[in-house]
Structures are given as C-alpha cells and as structure tokens.
Design a protein around this ligand. Structure first.
Ligand code: HAM
Length: 449
C-alpha cells in the first residue's frame, strides 16, 4: 500500500512539473508521413510531365534581398505592403524569406548568364514560399509551389505551353478536374488608357464610398488592384467597371486572339474573366488562374456553364516587363505556379471519399455465395466503394458490420434473389428496403449515393 502511494505522489509531481509544449508558429504546418508520401508522389509525377514538355529543374535560395521583391512585385501589392518576412541578421543586407518564385528565377537567369544560352530557357522549381497572411483554409504562411517559367521568347505558343503543362499536371498527376480563367492585361500603353477609365468609373459614379479601406488607398496608387480585391462590397462595386479587353492595342489583341486559337485547337477549354488582374504588378498581356471544377448546385439548376470559383490552385501569366525592371534587359517571359498544399489537400479529401465504403454486400445461402463474386465484380468495375464479409453467413452478423462501417446502403443477396437475379438494397438510415434487378443495380446506386 505504501509503495502505491509513493508511486501516485511521484506521478502527481511529474504532472505538475510538465511544461506546456512549444507549438509550431502560426500559419505553419507539420507534413506527416501519409501527406508527405502523397506530395512526394505528386511532385515526382509532375516532374515527368514537365520534363516531357522540356522544363529543366532549378533551385534558388529561400532567402533573397528585399529589393528584389519590392522592385519586382510593386510597392502597392499586398505581398510588399504587408506579407514579407524580414530577417534580422548581422550586417547591412536587408534580407527576406522569398514570397514567390518568379523574381528569383529572373535574377538567377541573368546572374548565371542563361540569357547567353540558346533561347528560350525553360525552368521548373518547387519548394517553400513565405507570406505573412491571415492563416485560413488553403492559406498558410509557409506554403509550397511548383512553378514553371519560359524565358527569352515572346511567341504566344509558350503561353499555351505553360497552361497546357499546368493543366496536364493537375489532371494526370493530381487527378483533379480544373477550370482555367483567362484574361489579357495588355501592354503598358493599353493599361495606362484603361487605368484612366477605371479611375473615372470609380470617381464619377461615386463608387469610392463603397470601397474597403485598402481599395480606397489602392485607388490612388495602383487602380488595377481594385479589381483584385476579395471583399464582397468591392466585388459588387466593380460589376459595371470598364473591361480591359476594350482597351487592348492591335498587338495585344492579336496575341490574345492567337492564344485563344491555340487553346481551342488543343481542346483546352477556358473561361474569359475580364477582371482577372492577379495580385502582382509584373504581369502584361496573358494572365490566367486555375480553379478546381466544382459546379455549384445553383449553376446546375440554372444550367449555366460557369463553375463556382473557390481557391485558386495555381496562376500565372506573361511578365515581359519584369527583366527590364530588375536588370535593364528586354527578356520576354511567361510562367505560372501551382499551389501544392491546396492540391494535396484536395487529393487527400478525394482519396478519403473514394476509399470510404458506400455499400456493404451481404450474401445469404449457398446459391448467393456462389454468385457473389459476380455481383462484387459489377460493383468493382463501376468503382463503387464496397466492403463485404464473404466468410460470414448470418444476416445479423453481416448487418452488424455494415452498421459499424456506417455505409448508407447494404445490399442483401439471398437465395431467392440469387435465383431471380435481384438484390435487396437496404437504406441503413431509414431501414427501408427495395428489390432491384441486378441489371439495374449500378444505375440505382449511382442515383442514390
Ligand atoms: P500566386 O498566384 O501568388 O502566383 O501563387 C500561385 C499559387 O500558389 C496560388 O494560386 C495558390 O494556389 C498558391 N498560394 C499562394 N499563396 C498561398 C498561401 N498563402 N497558402 C497556400 N497556397 C498559396 C505567384 O506566386 C507567381 N510567382 C506565379 C507565376 C510564375 N507567375 C509567373 N510565373
């Protein structure tokens, strides 16, 4: 008895000595084994696709000079204004954690003399990027991107090649159906005419009172940012705003038309989004974003074609002015980056939903057992996630497993059903049962599940 008391006292003392654990920093995430393996497999498959199209891998540092991004992304962008991680280091260098990958690629391309090699140069990269954003679903402070850049060419076929590479990766490496949203932001000349119209739209129509604080400020420094705001009231206010497509010069119109023709000829479908401007200042002409195809119910009811835009899985565009800003050289280029974390999270969700059983197959009697593999094959071929327990013989024990698995339907295949080519579908929630001819089983389940 004495020994036991001492042990308990010790345990209590240990409990009180325990320190609160040091948790990860806000907006960061541990990627545990299962997710790591999924991500690793996705990146490997993506690399094979990128290699086929001609991209060569590159890795640039996580730490860069601050001025690289302030010059490249624009002073009035969210990233430069409030999202960069500034490092406290010895010495005079102003260093930051990289918030994106395109400016570093342009720096590296020139610094390593890639502009003297045969053009274009096609590069791909993946790794962590850092933005001090408000953490929320699909938005982290450390996140991973898989990026593609084609430098040293103005040929529109490369705009299509970037879009094709990214959409193939989303479809084949991630198994995701996506929608592409496209716009042209024109060249400097088109944009300067457009900006004037935009400012006058917001001032003349007294729309400014309906803007959020950030937009009110952006209106004066960089009016294009008004189109990029995610605040509901700013989205409403821009509905009637002029569209840049009506301000494109002949050259930019020709380029955009050419891109659409290439995409049409390649069977790549897209939606035009005349307010798409992206959150970074270095873009000119083509801009695009990828969204997971998620038709919302209202759309289906109204039979409209436009799917619901949720989180962007990737985006990019042509950035012809960037090299000029950073290096004084004229290097036309196009690129895009995929958000790996968002892709992996969708893949995990899909994997879970396809591996969670939707039906439990129950067989009763020798005739049913003999024919059960045949019925199971029907379900397998139709990709209906199914569980069974063929060695069990009683209805009670098999129903018990079905309810433990929480499947919506149990399929009861008894002696009578086996002889008459029917099966009983039992709704596990309502306990109601229907007799279904085996030939109609798959259609029935597809409607119900
Ligand atoms: P971005 O649109 O800022 O473009 O980022 C590309 C993708 O990265 C987004 O579509 C999204 O999927 C993912 N992403 C961005 N921020 C976060 C975050 N906080 N948490 C999770 N995922 C995020 C760029 O970065 C350009 N450098 C792309 C580019 C390449 N343009 C030309 N070449």
């Amino acid at each position: 008895m004495k020994g036991n008391n001492a042990e308990e006292k010790n345990k209590e003392e240990n409990e009180t000595k325990k320190k609160p654990i040091i948790t990860k920093a806000k907006g960061m995430k541990d990627i545990l084994s299962e997710e790591y393996i999924l991500k690793d497999t996705f990146i490997k498959k993506a690399r094979v696709i990128a290699k086929f199209y001609g991209f060569k891998p590159i890795q640039t540092p996580h730490i860069e000079k601050e001025e690289l991004f302030t010059a490249a992304l624009g002073e009035a962008t969210d990233i430069v204004e409030k999202q960069m991680y500034h490092l406290k280091v010895r010495g005079k260098d102003k260093l930051v954690l990289r918030p994106e990958g395109t400016a570093p690629i342009v720096r590296s391309y020139v610094e390593n003399g890639m502009h003297t090699q045969p053009q274009p140069v096609m590069l791909s990269y993946n790794g962590s990027f850092f933005r001090h954003e408000k953490p929320q679903k699909g938005r982290r402070r450390e996140f991973q991107q898989l990026g593609f850049e084609i430098l040293g060419t103005n040929d529109t076929i490369n705009d299509a090649l970037i879009i094709k590479t990214m959409s193939t990766i989303l479809e084949e490496a991630a198994g995701l159906k996506t929608s592409i949203y496209l716009n042209s932001m024109g060249c400097e000349e088109c944009r300067s005419k457009y900006k004037k119209e935009l400012i006058s739209y917001y001032t003349q129509n007294k729309k400014t009172k309906d803007l959020c604080k950030d937009c009110e400020r952006r209106r004066k420094i960089n009016p294009l940012r008004l189109l990029d705001c995610k605040e509901e009231k700013c989205i409403q206010t821009r509905q009637e705003a002029p569209q840049i497509i009506n301000f494109l010069c002949d050259g930019c119109t020709k380029n955009f038309k050419e891109l659409l023709e290439i995409l049409d000829a390649s069977d790549i479908s897209y939606y035009l989004d005349h307010f798409l401007v992206r959150g970074l200042d270095y873009y000119s002409q083509t801009v695009f974003e990828f969204f997971v195809e998620e038709k919302n119910k209202e759309d289906e009811k109204e039979k409209t074609e436009s799917p619901k835009k949720v989180l962007a899985l990737g985006g990019g565009g042509r950035y012809n002015p960037l090299a000029e800003i950073l290096t004084g050289r004229d290097i036309p280029a196009i690129g895009g980056a995929l958000g790996v974390d968002r892709i992996i999270s969708l893949m995990t969700k899909r994997k879970k939903s396809t591996s969670t059983p939707k039906v439990f197959f129950i067989q009763l009697g020798s005739e049913a057992k003999r024919k059960s593999l045949q019925t199971l094959e029907l379900l397998r071929k139709s990709k209906i996630p199914t569980r069974h327990s063929l060695t069990k013989n009683s209805l009670k024990s098999q129903l018990k497993i079905a309810s433990k698995l929480k499947v919506p339907y149990a399929l009861i295949f008894g002696q009578k059903e086996a002889l008459e080519d029917n099966i009983i579908a039992r709704n596990m929630e309502t306990e109601s049962q229907e007799i279904i001819p085996t030939s109609k089983l798959i259609d029935y389940l597809k409607k119900k599940l």
